[in-house]
Ligand binder design. Structure first.
Ligand code: IPE
Ligand code: IPE
Ligand code: MG
Length: 251
């Protein structure tokens, strides 16, 4: 049984991935690590470790099947509210993963970028973030956006401030403000909007992820905890997406 919620999505699917049009840009809210650990009587940090392994597997898989952009939500602007030991464990995990990521995504030719306010991280972590971007900038494969200390409202506030400053400096006028200008002042400037956002863990909410960019994104909510998410489930989500009739307000 596929892990979609709701009856309709649970129909057995006989469609292969090769037969469907792939989304160009996929977003994933990597949620459910804590519950995964709790179910096993383990500390939440063990769930984050397991989730990080899934992240690596799914990222490589997305690149291999031909996804052009993948944006993963790793840490939100609100996640600092968590107990200090959990935040510390996450920062430790980011450090070891970002150290490995410098070479890890090389074979797949993955371009690594970060979205979010990186200045809140330790200088050491910021250096690893910059180094990952630097060493992957010339690659030509899938673009992987890692959302860390990312919040869509924060992103929009920054864009508004930026644009207001450009008006104040007389570089643009108020009449120059339009959809495109706002998109180009977001962290995702120059990238297509996500076609599909997947949320494992069964929660029906956006949690401050890509609010502006997801105006017409298809959502697939799956009743599986992120560490248990498999490549077959990725296929299922894409096939579910391919069955949707996207109208963008038209008929
Ligand atoms: C997602 O898993 C990882 C982060 C938000 C950093 P959670 O830690 O939110 O797991 P649950 O939702 O409590 O199960
Ligand atoms: C969203 O998950 C953030 C990440 C997965 C990084 P949360 O667990 O923080 O979201 P809520 O609290 O369930 O809305
Ligand atoms: Mg959660």
């Amino acid at each position: 049984m596929l892990p979609f919620l709701k009856g309709k999505n649970n129909e057995k699917q006989n469609i292969a991935l090769q037969d469907v049009q792939l989304p160009e840009h996929v977003g994933i809210i990597m949620d459910g690590n804590g519950r995964w650990a709790k179910k096993r009587g383990l500390p939440r940090s063990a769930g984050h470790r397991a989730g990080a392994k899934t992240f690596r597997t799914i990222t490589k898989y997305c690149s291999n099947i031909g996804i052009k952009y993948l944006t993963v939500y790793a840490f939100s602007t609100e996640n600092w509210k968590r107990p200090q030991d959990e935040v510390n464990a996450l920062m430790g995990l980011f450090k070891s993963y970002l150290e490995e990521a410098i070479s890890d995504f090389k074979d797949e030719d993955i371009v690594v970028r970060f979205i979010g306010d990186r200045t809140a991280f330790s200088p050491e972590l910021q250096e690893l973030i910059n180094e990952n971007e630097r060493c992957s900038a010339d690659r030509t494969g899938m673009v992987l956006n890692i959302a860390m200390n990312y919040g869509s409202r924060d992103e929009i506030v920054r864009a508004v401030k930026n644009i207001a400053q450009q008006v104040e400096d007389k570089k643009i006028t108020v009449d120059d403000i339009n959809d495109n200008l706002i998109s180009n002042n977001l962290y995702t400037a120059g990238q297509p909007d996500p076609d599909l956002i997947i949320r494992p863990s069964g929660e029906y909410r956006i949690s401050n992820f890509l609010l502006w960019q997801s105006a017409y994104t298809e959502y697939v909510i799956m009743d599986v905890l992120w560490p248990d998410f498999t490549t077959d489930m990725m296929d299922s989500a894409i096939i579910e997406y391919a069955k949707r009739n996207r109208r963008f307000g038209g008929v």
